[in-house]
Design a protein around this ligand. Structure first.
Ligand code: BG6
Length: 480
């Protein structure tokens, strides 16, 4: 689908996110024919560099981080680079702003500014864009997480941005919303008759959301040690997944209708009791250093793992717990949502036939797809014995090779910015509500001075996290 010509300025254009994600994503959209001849990408950062220098930087970023697609032929990189430029800009000072303003003037295209910088610079950038005539009505700004570190700071950021931009111009990124399966979740829920009638506490026993990573904190120790898993993952990515799973059907698939329903879910969340949350921190193993060594803070009490039981107090979900967990250095990289249905109310079979439950598993990564466990008779003469078989909807199998070339989350989200579609972006009030739920949880453990439980690298997290479900007569799905 073609998109209008655009100018995209990337503040933090020489940073890690630009290199790993934003620039390769733009390159792939270029390959897919979504960048008209007069579209441009302008890197903006403090580094003293000219257009040619930045093009070299971009070329290297693509060589290192672009994962496909095969249709992008050799030589295409040059075509892409022709659209790339650079302006050295000092976010806190005056240097470079005149020049940036000059380049953006009299361009009859969509203009967007990507704030790929820390939140402490958001205000300064918004201010200077305004002062130099770049904050017109059609302008869009894209802001990265973390959007604040608590409710008060998120509110302050909203207020700062609102001084120069309307909410309809602000695109707060949560890249989980750009993942193909996450959008598919909405298609499955609201495009089929089959699931929605069962999608409530009468039929659903509980829901598990797991985002497990094998990587550690890597070179991001300084940021991460001040955040931890609760702020880095739970408040945003897992919360967004929870919202999409739990929300009421919006009347329309439009930005405010969807975001209104998500907001209602967040506001209906109960506070989390201390016994319903487990924090962990990885120890060394497999030749890898432990968390504290990695973040160079021998006394760190920051969690690299968190698991909790959430409850949504509304008609649909009262009585159905949502178990959420996320962590680093775990056994496997898996992101999945499992909807575990209740057992049949009565079994007509003998006891040795066994009791079974249907489980709908939605896999975000790897092997994106879904499967529905269905109980059938074990084939053969052994009498009526039941087994579970998956109705497998691995996208790549079901939809052919096209499904294998799923666009990266950033590709979709950046193109949505250009199209002016905010459905997959967080609204200011959503982010604030998510922090309002998170803050007391963090405050409670800080007050108790509680240290996170150690867990081995390559494991499924601390033992106590297993107990969280055992107490309720349930068990986590394996991380593998
Ligand atoms: C980021 C977090 O938002 O998401 C990282 O800051 C995390 O700590 C990453 O590793 C996970 O994203 P993905 O797409 O690899 O699951």
């Amino acid at each position: 689908i073609p998109v209008d010509p655009f100018d995209l300025v990337i503040f933090g254009g020489t940073g890690d996110l630009a290199r790993r994600k934003i620039l390769p994503a733009l390159f792939r959209r270029f390959c897919a024919g979504q960048m008209e001849d007069n579209s441009r990408i302008i890197g903006a950062a403090r580094a003293d560099m000219d257009d040619a220098g930045y093009r070299d930087f971009v070329r290297e970023a693509i060589a290192e981080f672009n994962t496909g697609p095969a249709t992008c032929e050799a030589g295409t990189v040059d075509g892409f680079l022709e659209r790339v430029g650079y302006v050295a800009v000092d976010a806190m000072g005056e240097d470079g702003w005149e020049e940036l303003g000059r380049r953006m003037r009299d361009r009859n295209v969509v203009q967007a500014f990507y704030f790929s910088v820390g939140p402490s610079l958001f205000g300064a950038l918004a201010e200077r864009l305004h002062a130099h005539g770049m904050a017109g009505e059609g302008t869009r700004i894209v802001v990265e997480k973390p959007f604040g570190r608590d409710e008060a700071s998120a509110r302050a950021l909203n207020a700062t941005l609102a001084e120069h931009f309307d909410e309809s111009q602000i695109y707060r990124i949560d890249h989980y919303l750009g993942k193909e399966t996450v959008q598919n979740l909405m298609a499955v829920r609201f495009g089929n008759m089959l699931f929605e009638p069962l999608w409530n506490s009468q039929y659903v026993d509980h829901i598990q959301i797991t985002v497990a990573e094998t990587v550690g904190v890597g070179g991001r120790g300084e940021y991460y040690d001040k955040s931890g898993a609760m702020r880095d993952m739970m408040q945003n990515h897992l919360m967004q997944l929870l919202c999409l799973i739990a929300m009421e059907p919006p009347a329309k698939f439009d930005p405010d209708a969807v975001r209104d329903e998500k907001l209602k879910v967040i506001r209906a969340l109960d506070p989390v009791e201390p016994q319903d949350i487990v924090r962990g921190q990885y120890t060394g193993g497999d030749g890898q250093p432990d968390y504290r060594t990695q973040v160079e803070n021998p006394d760190s009490r920051t969690e690299s793992f968190v698991a909790l039981k959430a409850r949504i107090s509304n008609w649909r979900w009262a009585g159905t717990p949502f178990y959420l967990r996320t962590g680093k250095r775990l056994r496997a990289k898996v992101s999945e949502i499992a909807v575990v249905f209740k057992e049949t109310p009565h079994s007509i079979f003998t006891e040795d036939a066994g009791r079974h439950r249907n489980i709908l598993t939605i896999r975000l990564q790897p092997n994106e797809g879904m499967d529905l466990g269905v109980t059938i008779k074990e084939p053969g003469p052994g009498g009526m014995r039941l087994v579970d078989v998956p109705l497998d909807m691995t996208f790549a199998d079901a939809l052919g090779p096209d499904a294998e070339d799923v666009p990266d989350a950033y590709e979709r989200l950046i193109m949505d910015v250009i199209r002016g579609n905010q459905t997959l972006f967080m609204r200011g009030d959503e982010v604030v509500a998510a922090w309002a739920w998170t803050d007391p949880i963090i405050a409670a453990w800080e007050e108790r001075g509680e240290a996170p439980k150690p867990y081995d690298s390559g494991s499924s997290g601390p033992e106590d996290a297993l107990a969280l479900l055992h107490h309720d007569g349930r068990r986590w799905r394996d991380i593998r």
